[in-house]
Design a protein around this ligand. Structure first.
Ligand code: TTP
Ligand code: MG
Length: 415
């Protein structure tokens, strides 16, 4: 009998206090398309909006690694993708299909640990501290995850294993596709040091610009700065940067992902000035937001309206109510009044209406219908149901996220 399976649960060897795994599927949507249509394999496949011969609107959801050679990436405008790679094979996203594969992946991951946190449609953290001994070693566990995902779905995943979530996430990305990167506790610093600081969790375009202005390019450069200086420059974020640069991250793998806001938005094919049409879109979006909240037993207090005009200028306006709601009518009434106020600000009666490119409605400050400030997962006790819902939720979200990512114009992949 394997001695590791008997007696008190083995702690992982070495200095590992926790063993955290991050799994991220490779070129997920494009890989599913290539799996089901073998003629697409080895080809530059671009999943996203219709390019319409270079005149299309919307953005790239993802691109196969073959297309990435041309510079095509998630979230770039589809027109730019077409310019970079006119010979690419352009495919509209098939959300249902990808969700099915996502579900399969999560089912497989369930075998490796009961402590699993889905992060997006193709990504999850697992805390395997208590189960790694069943697999012989950390490396064997990592290889087994990749093997089972491939055997069960035909797709490849990249896996990162480290003592913390932030380092595991960076590790899974570093040897894509089909990579396995293990960063032992004693190697965390040498692993992080040469990386661009932009790889660190929470370092977006803005903070990276500030860092570069300070002459900080790599994690090593960042470590030279004392905590006080970082706090002066970045406020509360300063301490976060200080800790991330040292791989200090105690965040746990949480099974539930709290929903903080629910929103829906629409980008019009052609910019709209028709007020009736804008209002009826607003109503439809309010209904989507309301029905989603009702489905999850949530109510929210702050209604947000988002508008983008022809010139890409984007505005949000919000109003906080005195009570929590998930009623379509109420969401619509408030968003309509925000819209009308916005419409009139600084505009003369004789001015022509401004063509609207995008309109969106959201609700935040959510509470469960039981009136508690808790995540709705607390209402569930059956783990499997929970996982199902997370996947459903991601499925519903990603369709929108394709558009959302486009809005943060110029924002590339957050990795
Ligand atoms: P990612 O894991 O970020 O990307 P990926 O799996 O395509 O490629 P990688 O190998 O680098 O991990 O996102 C997972 C899926 O989510 C992706 O296949 C498509 C979708 N997605 C969007 O629709 N829009 C986006 O802006 C991003 C980043 C992803
Ligand atoms: Mg991925």
């Amino acid at each position: 009998m394997n001695p590791t399976l008997t007696g008190t649960p083995a702690r992982p060897a070495g200095g590992w206090k926790r063993v955290i795994v991050h799994v991220d599927m490779d070129a997920f949507f494009a890989a599913v398309e290539q799996l089901l249509r073998p003629e697409l394999r080895g080809k530059p496949v671009i999943v996203g909006a219709d390019p319409k011969g270079g005149k299309g609107r919307g953005v790239v959801s993802t691109a196969s690694y073959e297309a990435r050679v041309f510079g095509v990436r998630s979230a770039i405008p589809i027109s730019e993708a077409y310019r970079l790679c006119p010979q690419g094979i352009y495919i509209p996203p098939n959300g249902k299909l990808y969700s099915r594969y996502s579900r399969k992946v999560f089912e497989i991951l369930n075998h490796f640990s009961p402590q699993i946190q889905p992060v997006s449609i193709d990504e999850a953290f697992l805390d395997v501290t208590g189960s790694v001994h069943l697999f012989g070693s950390i490396r064997k566990l990592g290889e087994e995850i990749k093997r089972r995902i491939h055997a069960g779905t035909g797709l490849t995943a990249s896996v990162g294993i480290a003592p913390s979530k932030s380092v595991a996430k960076i590790a899974s990305d570093i040897q894509k596709p089909a990579g396995l990167t293990i960063v032992a506790p004693e190697n965390v610093q040498e692993f992080l040091d040469p990386l661009p600081a932009s790889k660190l969790w929470g370092v977006g375009k803005k903070s990276m610009e500030t860092l570069l202005r300070m002459g900080i390019r790599t994690v090593r450069d960042l470590r030279e700065y004392p905590l006080e200086v970082l706090e002066q420059k970045f406020g509360a974020m300063g301490e976060h940067l200080f800790r991330m640069a040292r791989g200090i991250d105690e965040r746990e793998v949480r099974e539930e992902e709290e929903i903080k806001s629910v929103s829906h938005e629409t980008t019009f094919e052609t910019d709209q000035t028709d007020r009736e049409l804008l209002l009826s879109t607003l109503l439809a979006l309010s209904e989507k937001v309301g029905s989603r909240l009702r489905k999850y037993g949530l109510r929210g207090k702050t209604v947000q309206l988002k508008l983008r005009f022809q010139d890409f200028s984007t505005f949000t306006r919000h109003k906080t109510l005195s009570h929590y709601t998930n009623l379509t009518d109420e969401i619509f009434t408030v968003s309509k009044s925000l819209f009308e106020q916005f419409d009139k600000t600084g505009v003369k009666e004789t001015d022509p209406p401004r063509p609207v490119r995008l309109i969106g409605v959201g609700l935040s400050q959510l509470v469960s219908e039981k009136g508690m400030q808790t995540s709705f997962w607390d209402l569930e006790n059956e783990r499997k149901v929970r996982l199902e819902k997370v996947v459903d939720q991601i499925q519903e979200k990603f369709g929108k996220s394709i558009i959302t990512h486009a809005q943060a114009l110029g924002a590339r992949k957050r990795k």
